[in-house]
Ligand binder design. Structure first.
Ligand SMILES: *Cc1c(COP(=O)(O)O)cnc(C)c1O
Length: 435
């Protein structure tokens, strides 16, 4: 492919990252130059802005001002303790999907009473653990799960607080792998069965029915699916209450998208102003509200710093081989997701620009981080993979015996190491040779 010459120009504004900007030629997060972090801590390296997380949270808080509302951070988006700590200290609850996540919430100083437990496959031991801890609510996803939860609670002489996840059958217009509220999904109970299942839940003596919930998908960038889902859920609330079950809360799930690549999701406060008007108009404005945002609280608060190892020109494609890979940044391999990739430092002097596939060292053709990217790179350059705060480190693996990256939290000009880089010895610690 033919390279072209370009001069180092003015920096492009970074999509969606309010606390990451070029200062002169150098990319900075809050008050810290990112290249100095890469030099000091090595790459690949995840760096998160505390201000960005709190500002994303503040948009929701503004939207809910004056309401009885609980924001439960869906921690599977990024479950690192230092990240959980930021949200716990800001008063958030947590949406968990496993017993391990509950352990993390408690280790980070979160309150069990503000925890809701989602997921289609809770085990009995996870139920016992959550009941013991005194979580706020189980979001139950099937009739069979209701029966088991009631049994487990009775065996502990407790009543489990439950909400039933209903499937509003609304198309969130997102990637099929991250759409969850359609009829063909494994999640929730169908709209048609909801009334009967609520009646059944009410008859089980180990349960206390407290709410209703839905979650229609992830990376949703339009308002319409939320408004539709709310209508569908409120129809059910009216039906369930007419049937004699009073619901204390309504949980509208998470799913709000972020700007990865010229995406234009509604701002959280704007979205919620619209949703709350509907709620008021339909007479449910006094109910306690819960939401479970994940990606929109952390996605654009994080970047992954990486170094260019080799530039490999090819007949059909040029490859830019970096030291971060699909084990660090699994979203492109999993759902062809887009992450913007920018230099940490604009090069001084003219540089050759070319179109590259940006790939990692893992032995899989699926190990690509960006395709057809125009970059002016050479070996030794450092790059930032943007929008890497959500569903990256929490999905990271040790494939190819690659240790998981280190993580830093930037707070103004202060930098905290919140995860040390993982060594091969640490990866092998639980393994045993055969005697
Ligand atoms: C994943 C998930 C969320 C969070 O989704 P985001 O798109 O990250 O906001 C919320 N609720 C449930 C039940 C989930 O599974």
């Amino acid at each position: 492919m033919t390279p072209q010459h370009v001069s180092p120009g003015a920096a492009a504004t970074l999509p969606g990252h309010p606390f990451v900007a070029y200062h002169g030629a150098a990319l900075q997060m809050e008050d810290v130059a990112l290249s100095s972090l890469a030099a000091q801590h090595g790459t690949p390296l995840f760096v998160y802005s505390k201000a960005a997380m709190l500002s994303a949270l503040a948009a929701y808080q503004r939207g809910f001002a004056g309401r009885d509302a609980q924001i439960c951070y869906a921690m599977k988006a990024n479950s690192s303790l230092g990240v959980l700590q930021v949200f716990a200290q800001a008063g958030c609850g947590f949406d968990i999907v496993s017993g391990g996540e509950l352990d993390r919430v408690l280790a980070a100083g979160g309150q069990a009473s503000k925890v809701i437990f989602s997921g289609v496959g809770k085990t009995r031991s996870e139920m016992r653990q959550a009941l013991q801890a005194g979580i706020g609510c189980f979001n139950v996803e099937s009739e069979a799960e209701l029966n088991v939860l009631s049994e487990v609670a009775l065996s502990m002489s407790l009543r489990a607080p439950v909400s039933i996840r209903v499937n509003p059958n609304v198309d969130p217009k997102t990637h099929p792998y991250i759409s969850t509220g359609l009829k063909g999904n494994k999640f929730g109970v169908s709209h048609e069965d909801a009334l009967r299942i609520y009646r059944h839940a009410g008859s089980l003596s180990g349960l206390r029915v407290v709410g209703i919930d839905c979650h229609i998908g992830s990376q949703i960038t339009e308002t319409e699916p939320y408004l539709d889902a709310m209508d569908r859920v409120l129809d059910l609330v009216a039906g369930i209450e007419a049937d004699g079950t009073v619901l204390e809360h309504i949980d509208f799930g998470g799913g709000l998208g972020i700007n990865y690549n010229s995406d234009t999701p509604p701002a959280a406060d704007v979205l919620w102003t619209q949703l709350l008007s509907k709620l008021d108009a339909r007479g449910f404005g006094k109910k306690k509200l819960m939401i479970e945002p994940g990606r929109s609280l952390v996605g654009n608060a994080g970047v992954c710093l990486t170094e260019v190892l080799y530039v490999k020109p090819g007949e059909q494609k040029n490859f830019c081989i970096i030291d971060a890979a699909m084990n660090d940044l699994p979203r492109p391999a999993m759902y062809q997701a887009f992450h913007a990739i920018v230099p940490l430092q604009h090069a001084a002097g003219a540089r050759t620009q070319a179109v590259y596939d940006v790939v990692g060292p893992v032995c899989e053709s699926g190990d690509w981080i960006g395709r057809d990217r125009t970059l002016a790179v050479q070996a030794g350059d450092q790059l930032a993979v943007l929008s890497a705060g959500a569903y990256c480190m929490s999905m990271a693996s040790n494939y190819n015996t690659r240790g998981r990256a280190a993580e830093l939290l930037v707070d103004g000009s202060t930098v905290h190491v919140i995860r040390e880089r993982e060594s091969a010895a640490e990866q092998m610690r639980h393994e045993r040779l055969v005697p």
